[in-house]
Design a protein around this ligand. Structure first.
Ligand code: FNR
Length: 381
């Protein structure tokens, strides 16, 4: 870094007081095509906006004069102890945010994985990652889940699962809300293409027939065209026969689908509207959480993502029955601004915010956060 780079960076860092500010800084730093790819929602982006606005309709009902001198935020997810109920959602192509260059040993998902491990939390690796399953594992110890999409070529799916199992990933996160890719108009306008130095590394080494591997976009287009749009509930059984890992389904927002997923024997539900990137005019996940939790009725844990930007948002989800929260874009934007240190800082800020929210609500552990600590719109009717 030059001296002026250093001064600019320390000024920027001094100013970052919450994760949303990373988005502004990332917007200044990233090429427009990359920023738009990360930030955009589908079509009118109504769901994208609603994902943050819905939190402002849930208010707190704190308890005072509780001894809050010591706050324990640790929790257990599928039997793994983590430091806080905030985890990293699978997002594609971290090298677009943090390319190799001088960060070759710590580029893209490697930096994210190390930041997650330092925060003692779980990272979910996207199957559209720019570092391979094995490379991320070599980033060091850490609890990791592997996100799976289903391809027409079931051998490819099986190979991905086997590689994830061999590399020590602890669960399969099956994404169920993206059999077709949502229409993000910014990407269409920008004619989004992968730069030459960023590849879908998860697929490296697999037999992909005659695709243009000299160009990352050739591979991306190939992989997208290979998604099996016919995959349905009956095929979950097949998935369970080819892996011994627990399967979480990501992308459910209704009680009906929760019921079917539990009947199929999934290990957990991740409520998601894909951060507003798939079907527009879906409600915010936080607005549907209670319904899904009621249906799950403690049989499997319910996790949630989409729009979480504050410790207060996380507290609200825990109060409404979620077992943990995943975050997507804040990771990408903090990674873009300051690499591993940025993601560590983003996780630290969310953790600190959750800690103070718990303290000021009179909760000293995650278990003490109850439905009575929040008031929703339906309570006020
Ligand atoms: C995603 N998401 C996603 N989900 C998934 O299952 N596989 C993937 O490869 C990706 N890729 C991806 C890329 C980008 C740029 C974004 C923003 C999101 C969805 C992701 O896991 C998560 O559901 C949302 O990001 C959560 O919303 P927030 O936290 O970004 O608002």
């Amino acid at each position: 870094l030059t001296d002026s780079d250093r001064i600019r960076r320390s000024r920027e860092m001094a100013l970052v007081t919450n994760v949303c500010e990373y988005e502004e800084l990332a917007k200044q730093k990233l090429p427009k095509m990359v920023y738009d790819f990360y930030a955009a929602g589908a079509e009118d982006q109504w769901t994208l906006r609603e994902n943050s606005e819905a939190f402002s309709r849930i208010l707190f009902q704190p308890r005072v004069l509780v001894d809050v001198s010591c706050i324990d935020m640790s929790t257990s997810i599928l039997g793994y102890n983590i430091s806080m109920p905030i985890m990293i959602a699978p997002t594609a192509l971290h090298k677009l945010a943090h390319p190799e260059g001088r960060f070759i040993w710590n580029a893209g998902e490697l930096a994210t994985a190390r930041a997650a491990a330092a925060a003692k939390t779980i990272m979910t690796l996207s199957s559209w990652s720019s570092c391979s399953i094995e490379e991320v594992n070599l980033a060091g110890p850490g609890i990791r889940f592997f996100q799976l999409s289903i391809y027409k070529d079931r051998n490819l799916v099986q190979q991905l699962i086997q590689r994830a199992e061999k590399a020590g990933y602890k669960a399969i996160v099956l994404t169920v809300d993206a059999p077709w890719l949502g229409r993000r108009e910014a990407d269409v306008k920008n004619r989004f293409t992968l730069p030459r130095n960023v590849m879908l590394k998860t697929f490296e080494g697999l037999d992909q027939g005659k695709i243009d591997k000299t160009n990352g976009s050739g591979l991306a287009a190939y992989v997208a065209s290979q998604i099996d749009r016919s995959f349905s509930w009956k095929d979950i059984k097949w998935l369970q026969t080819v892996t011994s890992l627990p399967v979480l389904v990501k992308g459910i927002i209704t009680a009906q689908d929760t019921r079917i997923a539990i009947e199929c024997g999934v290990a957990g539900i991740i409520m998601s509207n894909h951060g507003g990137r798939q079907l527009d005019y879906l409600p915010a996940t936080i607005s549907c959480l209670e319904e899904v939790v009621r249906e799950a009725n403690g049989r499997v844990p319910v996790f949630i993502d989409s729009g979480f930007r504050r410790g207060t948002d996380v507290f609200k989800a825990l109060a409404l029955g979620a077992s943990g929260v995943f975050i997507g874009r804040p990771v990408l934007f903090s990674l873009a601004v300051d690499g591993e240190a940025g993601v560590r800082n983003a996780l630290r800020m969310l953790r600190d915010e959750l800690e103070i929210t718990m303290a000021l609500s009179g909760c000293t552990s995650v278990k003490e956060i109850t439905r009575g600590h929040v008031v929703t719109e339906s309570d006020r009717i």
